[in-house]
Design a protein around this ligand. Structure first.
Ligand SMILES: [Zn+2]
Length: 499
C-alpha cells in the first residue's frame, strides 16, 4: 500500500485499499496488499515451493551423505554428527508434510461419525450449566453462555445444524492437538474450516445465502470464543513486541494536532466533541471483545462516529479523503491497547468473507492503513519543517497550545490545569521580558537626561561666563567716605626733639 504524502497531508487513493491482484475485494497490509483469498493462494504457492525446495535439499543431502558414507567408511565417527542432523531435518520435513496434507476433516470424521449427536448436545448443555472451576471465571462464564446460545441457535437449522455443530466440535478437538503449530498454520486451519462450513451449507444442505451468513457468524462466535486464549497474541509471535512499538510511537506523537492532519473536525462544537469521544471509546473497546466479528463491529461503530463528526463540522456528507486522516487522529488520541495484536487476530481468524467485502471490510482496511501511516508519519505528511518535527518528537517544545477555553470535555482535569499553567507561565515570561526592556529604556532615559542636563549647564556657562572684575581704589575711598571726618583730631605731625 503506497501512502502518498501530498500538500494536503494524508491521502490514500481508494483503489489502493483494494486487493492488488485486481479481484475487487479489499486488500490488507498484513496480506501484503492482497485480499484474503488471493493471499491464501499466494501463501499456498510459496509454501508448496518451500516444501519442494526442502525436499530437493533433503534428497541432495541424502545423496551427498550416501556418497560420503560410501567413500569413507573409516571416518564414520566424524560424519555421524552431520548425518544425525540430516535425519532430524528429514523427520521435520515429514511432519510438516503430514500437517499440510492431512486436513482435520479426514482425521475428525473417523472420530466423530458414529457418535449419537443428540446425546452429545445434551452433554454439552449440561457442561454449559455446570459451574466451571477455572480461575478465569468471567471468561468461562462467557464461554458457557456462548456455547448455550450456539446450541440453541443451531437447533433451528435442524439437520444441517447438527452437521455444523459436529464439525465445530471436531474442529475444536483437532485444534486442541495443534497448539504447537505456528500461528499462520493455525490460522490456515481456521480459514479452511470456515470455507468448508460455508461450502457444506451451500452445496450439501442447500441453505439460502442469508441463512448461511447468519450461521457463519454464529460458528465464528462459537469457535473463536473457545480459541481466543490460545491464539490471541500468542507467545510464539512478536505481536506483543509490535504492540509495544506502536504504543510507544503513538505516545511520541502526542503533540499532533487536528490541523496538522487536516482533520475536518471541530471539537469546539459540543456535538462533534461528543462523537470524537464515542469514536475513541469504540476503538478502545475493541480489545475487550473475543470474537473477531465483535472486534470488527467496534471498528465500524468508531468509523460511523467519525463520519458523523465530519458531517456535523462540515455541514455536508464526509468524503473518503476526510475519513482516513480523522481515523488516524482518533487512533493517535485513543492509543488503543494491543492494536497490532487485535489487527493480527482479526486478520488471522475472522471469517474472510467479512474482511473482503462490505462496510466491516472497508473500515478494517482503513484501520490497517491508518496504523501503517502512523508508523511512517513524518514532517512532510504533517506539513511541518523537519526541524519542527524533530523538536516536537524529542519533546524539546510543543506546538502552540490551544486556548484553554476550547478544550473538549474529555480532556482530563490535570491536563487542563497543566495547559492553563503553561499559558500563565508564557504570559509571565512575556511580562518579564517587557519589564526588562522597560527597565533598559528607563536606564537609557536616565543617562540621556543626565547628559542633557550637563550639556545645558555647560551651554549656559559658556554663554554667561563668570567674570571677576579687578579691584579699583577701594581702600583710598575708605576715609573719604567717612561721614564724621571732621570730628577726628588732625593727623599726627612728625616732630624733632633736641635731646
Ligand atoms: Zn484478491
Amino acid at each position: 500500500m503506497n501512502l502518498k504524502s501530498e500538500r494536503r497531508g494524508i491521502h490514500v487513493d481508494q483503489s489502493e485499499l483494494l486487493c492488488k491482484k485486481g479481484c475487487g475485494y479489499y486488500g490488507n497490509p498484513a496480506w501484503q496488499g492482497f485480499c484474503s483469498k488471493c493471499w491464501r493462494e499466494e501463501y499456498h504457492k510459496a509454501r508448496q515451493k518451500q516444501i519442494q525446495e526442502d525436499w530437493e535439499l533433503a534428497e541432495r543431502l541424502q545423496r551427498e551423505e550416501e556418497e560420503a558414507y560410501a567413500s569413507s567408511q573409516s571416518t564414520q565417527g566424524a560424519q555421524s554428527l552431520t548425518f544425525s542432523k540430516f535425519e532430524e531435518k528429514k523427520t521435520n520435513e515429514k511432519t510438516r508434510k503430514v500437517t499440510t496434507v492431512k486436513k482435520f476433516f479426514t482425521a475428525s470424521s473417523r472420530a466423530g461419525a458414529k457418535k449419537a449427536l443428540a446425546g452429545k448436545l445434551k452433554a454439552e448443555i449440561q457442561e454449559a450449566k455446570a459451574p466451571s472451576p477455572s480461575i478465569h471465571r468471567q471468561a468461562s462464564i462467557e464461554t458457557d453462555r456462548v456455547s448455550k446460545e450456539f446450541i440453541e441457535f443451531i437447533r433451528t437449522y435442524q439437520k444441517p445444524g447438527q452437521d455444523i455443530y459436529k464439525q465445530c466440535k471436531l474442529f475444536l478437538d483437532t485444534m486442541s492437538h495443534k497448539r504447537d503449530l505456528s500461528i499462520e498454520e493455525q490460522s490456515e486451519c481456521a480459514q479452511d474450516f470456515y470455507q468448508n462450513i460455508a461450502d457444506r451449507l451451500q452445496t450439501r444442505w442447500k441453505v439460502p445465502p442469508e441463512k448461511v451468513e447468519k450461521a457463519m457468524d454464529e460458528v465464528e462466535k462459537y469457535i473463536m470464543t473457545r480459541q481466543y486464549k490460545y491464539v490471541f497474541c500468542p507467545e510464539t509471535t512478536d505481536d506483543e513486541k509490535k504492540d509495544l512499538a506502536v504504543q510507544k510511537r503513538i505516545r511520541a506523537l502526542h503533540w499532533v494536532t487536528p490541523q496538522m492532519l487536516c482533520v475536518p473536525v471541530s471539537e469546539e462544537i459540543p456535538e462533534v466533541s461528543d462523537m470524537v469521544v464515542k469514536a475513541i471509546t469504540d476503538i478502545i473497546e475493541m480489545d475487550s471483545k473475543r470474537v473477531p466479528r465483535d472486534k470488527l463491529a467496534c471498528i465500524t461503530k468508531c468509523s460511523k462516529h467519525i463520519f458523523n463528526a465530519i458531517k456535523i463540522t462540515k455541514n455536508e456528507p464526509a468524503s473518503a479523503d476526510d475519513f482516513l486522516p480523522t481515523l488516524i487522529y482518533i487512533v493517535l488520541k485513543g492509543n488503543p491497547p494491543r492494536l497490532q495484536s487485535n489487527i493480527q487476530y482479526i486478520t488471522r481468524f475472522c471469517n474472510p468473507s467479512r474482511l473482503m467485502t462490505g462496510e466491516d471490510g472497508y473500515y478494517f482496511t482503513n484501520l490497517c492503513c491508518a496504523v501503517a501511516f502512523i508508523e511512517k508519519l513524518d514532517a512532510q505528511s504533517l506539513n511541518l519543517s523537519q526541524e519542527d518535527f524533530d523538536r516536537f518528537m524529542t519533546g524539546q517544545t510543543s506546538p502552540k497550545k490551544q486556548e484553554s477555553d476550547s478544550f473538549s470535555p474529555d480532556v482530563c482535569l490535570g491536563v487542563k490545569q497543566m495547559c492553563k499553567s503553561l499559558d500563565l507561565l508564557s504570559q509571565l515570561n512575556e511580562r518579564q521580558e517587557r519589564i526588562v526592556s522597560e527597565a533598559k529604556k528607563l536606564e537609557k532615559d536616565l543617562i540621556d537626561w543626565t547628559d542633557g542636563i550637563t550639556k545645558e549647564v555647560e551651554d549656559i556657562v559658556e554663554k554667561y561666563p563668570l567674570e571677576i572684575k579687578p579691584k579699583s581704589q577701594a581702600l583710598a575711598a575708605i576715609d573719604s567716605e567717612n561721614v564724621e571726618n571732621d570730628k577726628l583730631p588732625p593727623p599726627l605731625q612728625p616732630q624733632v626733639y633736641a635731646g
